[in-house]
Design a protein around this ligand. Structure first.
Ligand SMILES: Cc1cc2nc3c(=O)[nH]c(=O)nc-3n(C[C@H](O)[C@H](O)[C@H](O)COP(=O)(O)OP(=O)(O)OC[C@H]3O[C@@H](n4cnc5c(N)ncnc54)[C@H](O)[C@@H]3O)c2cc1C
Length: 473
């Protein structure tokens, strides 16, 4: 079948592929700087997407920076002023540490959240083309020079631009077409995700973001908009897709394994089906090249266990737009700005990537974790610091000082003095893991400097399209 011929050729200064968190933030920053931006999304918008949606104070601070906080607050999700994790009989509980003026978290369903972000971007001048799927990239003189997309009527449109941002999620078409699909760092998750909404009947819990762990199971309950409660469970991954009813069965079984979660859900009624995400992996992809960049999940993803994705998609989307806007008309300076932006994201995110990967292992609570949570139960400063890691006010590496590690090791050994072998084994493993993570962090930074090999991109000519392949979007 010959490819359908292009019916329209159009121009913008920037094309943003994907118009949710990363796409809206990047497009908004560019439009605020006076650039002509077209955002293209294959979905009918507003619409839901496969994602839970806890926003730590740091995520809300990003929304505020974009000027969308009032629109998001108007959706009506309650302010979650307290975080609570109950683990192995111990409680890590604290008010949320403030980020700027914001000292609460929020859990806002994606249809409303993404719509509020996108409306803010459109009000700033971004032109939205929904239900349009990007299928190819245009190349000129070795640079990405635009996209080809199919519009809702099936017509083929060529949209030329100085910069193409692939904000098109984990299965990014842009990443594939620039040759960056294969991550340069990659860690499969040890957990599967299952979530559903419940009509919340517990007003006394409506200000608390709660998490429980029992054995290898992990469950959360986050009050969200419309009087609902989001209940996510993350049991250990099985590596199986499962047949009809598997998600429902695993969801129910994981909840039943966590008695405090059963108690939290008492009197609440399930609304709708269980949604699942399995086979998840955290990764870094090469995220910039001549005339293109990959904000959001397209370039970097962390397992949902620490709920960092939306915040990082917004933050590094905005930073990308701000970095690119002033140099858009100078290709060399633009490419340098894109590279610097990519390095900033790698530098900022390696630590939390590794912390997330540890939590995503899907294992039972180790003796050292046990000692940590026991310490947090009695020391509010430790509780606040642990919660600060999730909210990005505390770096994991500054929390895990040799002093604190030594103290926890001594406590764990003291608690297990009749049978210290499991603690010693855990200590040995933690020491090995810590060394391996240091090596991995250096390697990630080193690899992130490498460029995507030009041979994986299509041949240059005056204006060529990249070869179409399977569309994974
Ligand atoms: C199960 C699960 C739970 C999660 N829970 C949380 C949480 O609680 N808190 C949190 O902060 N993060 C969470 N995350 C992470 C969060 O969902 C992502 O980090 C975030 O959605 C990234 O936003 P994005 O804009 O990069 O991509 P997306 O939100 O994936 O948006 C990509 C957009 O690109 C469009 N697109 C794709 N291909 C094309 C194409 N070819 N042409 C045009 N458009 C295209 C899609 O239609 C889509 O609208 C979770 C993720 C998962 C999977």
């Amino acid at each position: 079948m010959p490819a359908p011929s292009v019916t329209t050729i159009d121009r913008a200064e920037v094309v943003v592929v994907g118009a949710r968190c990363a796409g809206s933030a990047a497009a908004l920053a560019l439009a605020k700087a006076g650039r002509r931006v077209v955002a293209i999304d294959a979905a009918r918008l507003p619409s839901d997407t496969l994602s839970t949606h806890l926003l730590w104070p740091s995520g809300l601070a990003e929304i505020e920076r974009l000027g969308a906080l009032d629109a998001v607050a108007a959706i009506g999700a309650p302010e979650l002023t307290h975080a609570m994790a109950a683990i192995a009989g111990y409680k890590v509980a604290s008010r949320f540490p403030a980020v700027g003026e914001i000292d609460y978290a929020m859990c806002v369903r994606r249809t409303g959240l993404d719509d509020a972000l996108l409306r803010t971007a459109v009000a700033a001048g971004v032109q939205l083309r929904a239900r349009c799927r990007v299928t190819e990239l245009l190349w000129e003189g070795g640079r990405c020079a635009g996209v080809r997309y199919t519009d809702p009527d099936g017509a083929e449109v060529e949209l030329r631009a100085a910069l193409v941002l692939g904000a098109d999620g984990r299965r990014s078409t842009v990443a594939r077409l620039v040759g960056a699909e294969e991550p340069f760092a990659h860690r499969p998750s040890g957990r599967d995700c299952y979530y559903a909404y419940w009509k919340d009947s517990r007003p006394d819990w409506r200000h608390i973001a709660a998490q429980w762990r029992a054995g290898s199971d992990l469950g959360t309950a986050f009050p969200c908009d419309d009087g609902l409660l989001l209940c996510l469970v993350q049991p250990a991954a099985t590596g199986e897709r499962g047949g009809v009813g598997a998600a429902e069965a695993r969801y129910t079984a994981a909840i039943e394994n966590i008695p405090e979660l059963v108690e939290r859900l008492r009197g609440c009624t399930r609304v709708g089906r269980v949604r699942s995400a399995t086979d998840i992996a955290s990764y870094f992809r090469h995220s910039s090249g001549p005339g293109w960049a990959l904000p959001g999940d397209a370039g970097h993803f962390k397992d949902p266990v620490t709920a960092q994705g939306i915040r990082d998609a917004l933050r590094y989307g905005r930073l990308l737009g701000e970095a690119a806007a002033p140099v858009l008309d100078h290709p060399e300076r633009l490419d340098r700005a894109l590279r610097d932006w990519e390095q900033t994201r790698v530098r900022d995110c390696v630590d939390i990537y590794q912390w997330t990967n540890r939590l995503a292992r899907g294992e039972t609570i180790s003796p050292l974790e046990h000692a940590l949570y026991r310490a947090a139960d009695t020391d509010p400063a430790i509780s606040e610091a642990v919660i600060g890691i999730f909210s990005r006010t505390v770096d994991p590496s500054s929390f895990h000082t040799p002093m604190r590690a030594g103290m926890l090791a001594l406590r764990a050994l003291w608690n297990a003095r009749t049978d210290p072998l499991p603690v010693l084994a855990d200590l040995a493993r933690t020491a090995r893991d810590t060394v391996a993570e240091r090596v991995e962090a250096v390697e990630i930074r080193r690899r992130s400097h490498r460029r995507v090999p030009p041979m994986s991109r299509p041949a240059e000519s005056s204006l060529t399209t990249s070869s179409p392949g399977d569309d994974h979007a």
